[in-house]
Design a protein around this ligand. Structure first.
Ligand code: FE
Length: 233
C-alpha cells in the first residue's frame, strides 16, 4: 500500500492519499487549492485516481472533489446525509469502499455535522481510522453548526473508542502540530474524552465559544456543489 498524509496550511486540513498494489488511488478530504500537488504526486507515484471522498460537508475549506472528478473521471463519494447532489455515489454506515486490495469500512459518526463519517482501513502495516472532524488528536470537532450535535458526537466517539487500541488515528485537521495518534493514546490523553457521561460531554462542548471559520459562508455552499461555484457549459 502507498500512503501519504498531505497538509493544507491555510485551513490546517489533512488530506490522505491511498494507493493500491495495482496502482489505483483514493483520496480523502482533498482541498481545492492543493490540486496541483495531488496531480504531481499521483503522476510521480504512477497512480490513477479512482475515488475521491469527503468525510463531511466542510465549512473551512473548499473541496477538490468536483475538479478531481472532471480531471480524472474518478468516482466522488460522500455520506447519504450530505445533500450534495454533485457526488457520483453516496455511502452509509456499514458500506465498504474498495480500492483493489484495500477495503475501507464506512462508519457513520454524526455530531460534528449530521453527515460526518469515518473510514476504517484494515491493513497489515497497522489498522488505521480516518476520523474526519469527529476525533482530532487531543481534541474533537466542534458541534455548534451544520446540524452538529454534541450528544450524537459523544456516541460516535464511543464507537470509535471501541476500535482496537493500536489503531492509528488520522484526523481531518490539526492546529497544533500533531500528525498521528492511536485510539489507545486518545483514550488516555484526549481531554475531551475524560468525561463520564453524555451530559458532561454536552456541557463541555457548549462552553467552547468558538468563532466561526473564516471561509464558512463560502465553503459550505461551494462544497454542496463539490467545490464548483461557477456554472459549467
Ligand atoms: Fe469540518
Amino acid at each position: 500500500m502507498i500512503f501519504r498524509q498531505l497538509f493544507d496550511r491555510d485551513s490546517s486540513t489533512y488530506t490522505y492519499l491511498l494507493g493500491s498494489n495495482e496502482g489505483k488511488a483514493l483520496i480523502i478530504d482533498p482541498v481545492k487549492e492543493q490540486i496541483p500537488l495531488y496531480q504531481q504526486l499521483l503522476k510521480e507515484l504512477g497512480l490513477k485516481l479512482e475515488v475521491a471522498v469527503d468525510t463531511h460537508v466542510h465549512a473551512d475549506h473548499v473541496t477538490a472533489l468536483g475538479d478531481l472528478r472532471d480531471m480524472t473521471a474518478c468516482v466522488t463519494m460522500m455520506g447519504e446525509q450530505s445533500g450534495a447532489a454533485c457526488v457520483s455515489k453516496t455511502f452509509r454506515h456499514g458500506d465498504v469502499v474498495a480500492l483493489g486490495e484495500l477495503l475501507l469500512d464506512v462508519l457513520y459518526t454524526p455530531g460534528h455535522t449530521d453527515d460526518s463519517y469515518c473510514l476504517y482501513l484494515r491493513c497489515p502495516e497497522g489498522n488505521r481510522v480516518f476520523t474526519g472532524d469527529t476525533l482530532l488528536i487531543r481534541g474533537t470537532g466542534r458541534t455548534d453548526f451544520q446540524n452538529g450535535d454534541a450528544s450524537d458526537q459523544y456516541h460516535s466517539l464511543k464507537h470509535l473508542l471501541s476500535l482496537p487500541d493500536a489503531t492509528w488515528v488520522y484526523p481531518g485537521h490539526d492546529y497544533k502540530g500533531w500528525t498521528v495518534s492511536t485510539i489507545g493514546e486518545e483514550k488516555r490523553f484526549n481531554p475531551r474524552l475524560q468525561v463520564s457521561n453524555v451530559d458532561e460531554y454536552v456541557s463541555l462542548m457548549e462552553n467552547l465559544k468558538l468563532a466561526n471559520p473564516a471561509q464558512m459562508d463560502v465553503a459550505v455552499p461551494a462544497n454542496l456543489k463539490c467545490g464548483q461555484t461557477t456554472s459549467r457549459p
